[in-house]
Design a protein around this ligand. Structure first.
Ligand code: NAP
Length: 280
């Protein structure tokens, strides 16, 4: 297929690497000539250009993946979609779906929303890596255009993703629990550690921190822009999960204050059983 990727960063670049390996012709759009050069150099795209030069590529393009940061997804669709042939399909990879899908469908008849649940702590074209999506979940949102959905679905499956179909609203509520809340909790953990008033203790804690702290602080130490955008574009769902988390913490504090060790043991036995329902 002839595939366009707008936004050549971690996700766009990684997708390009895999799609080219599968034999597709992939071209990309970036704001920066340096990113264009680098994307070609690492093999993420066959060719790349800035938006002003994209017209010659559009005529043959069958599918476009919009892989820009969330605020630029709708503007990118508004610019690109009207210039594509009418059979071309547009999808995005944004980490929120409600704020994008309804508007995007107005801008493009053949729009299908996607969200691959894959990432690393890095960003930009130099962070692109092959097989990023292999065995990772990927949401595809429903569309009346069943053929477009099938194409988007099969492209994600071809790069190894496990596709789940759900509404934008259900997606946003689910990712609030397992992606957006963990970022806030993990950030809160790092900030709380810094509240220690004794500098010697803080220094010692920093020296002693090991695998437990590495695991629990990882997403709080990630890309701040991405975290801010998750909060901004999924505010109601994220707030609900944070309030529930606050209630859970409050009850844990009450058990600790009253020395209710049995209650704490029961809680931890429960969480030990529940964790495998989310991750292996
Ligand atoms: P990224 O590495 O920063 O890449 C985004 C790329 O888009 C940048 O390399 C940048 O390239 C370009 N860009 C930046 N601002 C732009 C703008 N205003 N207009 C047009 N292009 C712009 O970010 P990413 O992690 O790949 O995220 C991209 C999308 O994937 C986001 O919508 C995010 O929600 C979604 N996503 C991210 C993850 C994750 O964990 N990282 C996971 C799943 C989905 P130039 O500066 O060269 O133009």
């Amino acid at each position: 297929m002839n595939i366009g990727i707008a936004g050549l960063g971690l996700i766009g670049g990684s997708l390009g690497l895999d799609l080219r390996t599968l034999g597709h012709y992939v071209w990309g759009i970036s704001r920066s000539p340096d990113t264009c050069k680098q994307a070609v150099a690492i093999g993420a795209v066959d060719a790349a250009c800035q938006e002003a030069d994209m017209i010659p590529y559009l005529a043959e393009t069958e599918v476009v993946f919009i892989c820009t940061p969330i605020p630029s997804i709708l503007p990118a669709i508004a610019t690109i979609a009207p210039k594509l042939k009418s059979s071309a399909i547009v999808t995005d990879v944004g980490s929120v779906k409600s704020a994008i899908v309804t508007e995007a469908t107005k801008l493009c008849d053949r729009f299908v929303g996607s969200h691959p649940m894959a990432g690393t702590a890095f960003s930009g074209i130099n962070a692109a890596e092959p097989n990023l999506f292999n065995q990772r979940p990927c949401v595809v949102t429903p569309s009346q255009d069943l053929e477009a959905m099938a194409v988007v679905r099969s492209l994600w499956e071809s790069v190894g993703a496990i596709v789940y179909e759900c509404s934008p609203e259900a997606h946003d509520r689910a990712v609030a629990w397992i992606s957006h809340l963990p970022v806030m909790v993990s950030a809160g953990l790092i900030l709380a550690c810094q509240q220690e008033v004794d500098d010697e203790i803080t220094h010692l804690a920093q020296q002693l921190a090991s695998s437990g702290f590495r695991d629990t602080s990882r997403v709080g130490g990630g890309n701040p822009e991405l975290g801010r955008l998750m909060a901004e574009y999924n505010q109601p769902a994220l707030l609900k999960t944070l309030h529930t988390y606050q209630d859970v913490l409050q009850s844990l504090i009450a058990d600790l204050e009253s020395g209710n060790w049995d209650a704490i043991q029961i809680l931890l036995e429960k969480t030990q059983t529940l964790r495998p329902l989310y991750v292996e």
